[in-house]
Design a protein around this ligand. Structure first.
Ligand code: GTP
Ligand code: ZN
Length: 201
């Protein structure tokens, strides 16, 4: 069976068998835990309306915690391109480690190439790789920046993420629409200047 997301069609198409194969995810156990969770919330998980819900919820969380498999091809910078490579407005979603609720928004990821280049799609895949986890936005932003540094040894990296946290929108302080912006700039992008200002702000 194929699980697809209509909200973010570009991001997810995952087969349930892939989820079962992810180390650390025990789908039947998660399903039993959700049934117990429903009972603890005073809901009758045996009612016809909820019969399939534990399976669906377990599958949904497994999907949200599983990045798609990919290869991480890099290319030599044969033409000696020196300018900024910047992919803007990459949609992403992650799960807040405090409440297990989603936060979602856009990431702007760029680097000043050294000897090697990434295919552009890999910048979006890198965001996905670290966002399919229990996260805080600060760590997620730092991890994407560190991964680019470690993989490409570029002359500078910039990662800007802007997201709405459902734990702030739907509960607690209930400030729907609030956006949190985090950013990491390294190397030649570290100093605020014309290069850094190419990132949306
Ligand atoms: N720094 C940071 N905080 C986050 C992130 N996601 C959620 N939080 C915050 O984590 C905090 C958890 O605070 P607690 O006081 O332990 O939990 P809480 O009682 O549910 O907090 P309230 O949301 O204020 O009701 C909250 O202030 C959340 O807004 C994130 O990505 N980064
Ligand atoms: Zn939260």
């Amino acid at each position: 069976m194929t699980i697809t997301s209509t909200a973010l069609p570009d991001i997810l198409t995952l087969d349930e068998t892939e989820i079962l194969a992810v180390p650390g995810i025990d789908l039947p156990r998660a399903q039993a835990a959700i049934a117990e969770f429903l009972r603890a919330l005073g809901r009758d998980e045996t009612s016809p309306h909820l019969l399939d819900t534990p399976r669906r919820v377990a599958g949904a969380y497994a999907e949200m915690l599983t990045p798609r498999e990919t290869s991480w091809t890099t290319f030599p910078n044969d033409d000696g391109y020196q300018g900024l490579v910047l992919v803007k407005a990459i949609p992403f979603h992650s799960l807040c480690q405090h409440h297990l609720l989603p936060f979602r928004g856009v990431a702007h990821v760029g680097y000043l190439p050294g000897d090697r280049l990434f295919g552009l799609s890999k910048l979006a895949r890198g965001v996905e790789l670290f966002s399919r986890d229990l996260q805080v936005q600060e760590r997620l932003t730092q991890q994407v920046a560190d991964w680019l540094e470690d993989t490409l040894a570029p002359r500078g990296v910039g990662v800007v993420m802007e997201a709405e946290h459902m734990c702030m929108s739907l509960r607690g302080v209930q400030t729907a629409g609030t956006l949190t912006r985090t950013s990491v700039f390294t190397g030649l992008l570290h100093e605020d200047g014309p290069l850094q200002r190419q990132f949306p702000h």
